[in-house]
Design a protein around this ligand. Sequence first.
Ligand code: SAM
Ligand code: SF4
Length: 319
Amino acid sequence: MLSDNFGRFHTYLRISLTDACNMRCNYCMPLNSYKGNQGIDLMSSDEIYSLANTFVLLGVTKIRLTGGEPLLRNDFADILRKLKSLPVTLAISTNGLLLDKYFDVIRECKVKQVNVSLDTLDPDTFKEITRSGRLAKIISNINTLLSFDLQVKINLVLLKNVNEHDVIDLIAWTKDKALDIRFIEFMPFKRNGWDKSKVLDYKTVLTNIHQHFDIVKLKDEPHSTSRNYQVKGYKGSFGFITTVSEPFCDTCNRLRLTADGKMRNCLFAKSETDLLNPLRQGQDIVPLILQNIKAKAKALGGMTELNNQGDRSMIQIGG
Ligand code: SAM
Ligand code: SF4
C-alpha cells in the first residue's frame, strides 16, 4: 500500500526520537546556537509504537531510530523493547557516545544494524568538526559493537580540506574489522553553512583511494543508496552516498517521521504531514499516510538541483 506515483514501494521507516544532541557537528547543527526539544512536542514511547505499528501494517519491514541523538532519550530502552515486538528489522543511527549504556538492550532486542557517525580519527579534527572531544570513547564503543552479532556501519561526511586524509585511514581499518564505511557527500539543510565549494565529491575521493588501495566494485543491493567497494582481501567494505553529485532517488524506499510526529516522504520534501495530533484525536491516520506518499516527488523533493533552502535542519528531520 505504501507505493508512490512512480511505482516505488516504501518499506523502510526512519523515526527520529529527538532533535536534541550531545554533539554539535558543524555540518548538521544549525549555525546559530541550537537547543533541541525547545517548543516541540515529542512523541511518547506509546505513540512511537502506535505510529510504527500502523506503518508496519501497511508494509514497512525495517525501522531505524535516529535523531538528533536517539540515545539521549531517557526512555530509549523502553522504545526499543516496544518496537521489538513488531516484525521488522531494527536499526539505530547514533554518534556512539552513549552506546555503552545500551549494549545490553541492543542485544536483547536483536538490533540488526548500528550506524555510528565518525568523521575523523584525528582528535583535533574531531574537536573542530563535532565541537566536542570524546573520540576515544566512541572508538572504544565501536570496537565493542564489533564483537556483537550485528552489522556495524560508520558514517563519515566528506568535508573538503577537513577530513580528506581520514578516508584513507578509515579504509585501512576495514582490513581487519568487519565494518561498512559510508562516505557521505555534504548535503544542504537549513542553516548548516552548506556551500557547493565545501562539497568533496565522490569521484575525487575515489581517484585518491585508487592510488592507495587495490579495490573492487561490489554489487549494490536493490534499494541501496550507496555505491559500494572493497579493498581486495579486506574484511570490511566502503561505499559512497552521492546525493549531491549523483543523486540516487530512483529506487528510494524510505519514509521519515520527525520527533514531533510529522511524516516526510523525502529528506528534501517541501511539506510534511502531521500524524501525531490526528493520532491523539483518535483519527484514522492511514489516509494521511497514503496521501503523503502519493505527493512524493520523483527526486530531491522536487528540486532540480540541491540548494540550501530546506524548512528544517538535518537534526530536526532525522538523518
Ligand atoms: N546523531 C546520530 C548520528 O550522528 O549518527 C543520528 C542523527 S545524524 C543527523 C544522522 C546522519 O546524518 C549522520 O551520519 C550524519 O553524519 C548525517 N548528516 C548530518 N548532517 C549532514 C549533512 N549536512 N550532509 C550529509 N550528512 C549529514
Ligand atoms: Fe548530533 Fe548526529 Fe547531527 Fe552530529 S550528526 S550534530 S551527532 S545529530
